[in-house]
Ligand binder design. Sequence first.
Ligand code: 3PG
Length: 216
Amino acid sequence: MVAEKQKSIDDQLKDLKLVPVVSPPSVETSLRLAEILLRNDLPVAEITLRTNCAVDAIVAMKARFPELLILAGTVLNQQQVDSALAAGAAGIVSPGITSRLTEYCQQIKIPFFPGISTPSEAQGAYEAGLTSLKFFPAEMSGGLRMLALLKDIYPQLSFMPTGGITQDNILEYLKLDNVICCGGTWLSPYHLLESGEWEEIEWRISQAVKAIRGSV
Ligand code: 3PG
């Protein structure tokens, strides 16, 4: 059951290719961003639980735009998993991997993308039955070369690289066949959301979508 749910999310992420990682300053800004994402045919976001309004933002985004695929990010404990799930998140993303969080996500059958950056962590995840992992922080952890190495060692594993992905390197990452999709904050960083720079945000999103769909 959790394997089917995980596969379904993996398939959606493979099609989408890019997950905007978002720390919303307010619920209002998250809704405005959601409109822009949908208008640009990128109906997905990872909402990080780093700001006080993050869970409320997920609730509001799902209520107004049920078609959005929302992952909860920076999830560090069971209580946050429960809040994210109740809010409408379809999957859980964490910067690291712990057995407690892994077991809990498996127990309640919610897709889980723990962050790994070493072979030992990747192997631990595989041993625990996980095959779709966040590779974080991607650029600081060896980037493309590390992913190629991980493919040779662990061909069973697929990755969502995040951390240092930008408009300039995303296509290189997406060429690797062990990459499900890439994540990044560059599309709608906190400071642009907070200062309401919507034109800039929409430009970044539209440029990224054009690039990943092959029209730039
Ligand atoms: C994350 O939250 O996954 C990372 O902070 C994203 O890294 P980036 O800011 O380099 O995109």
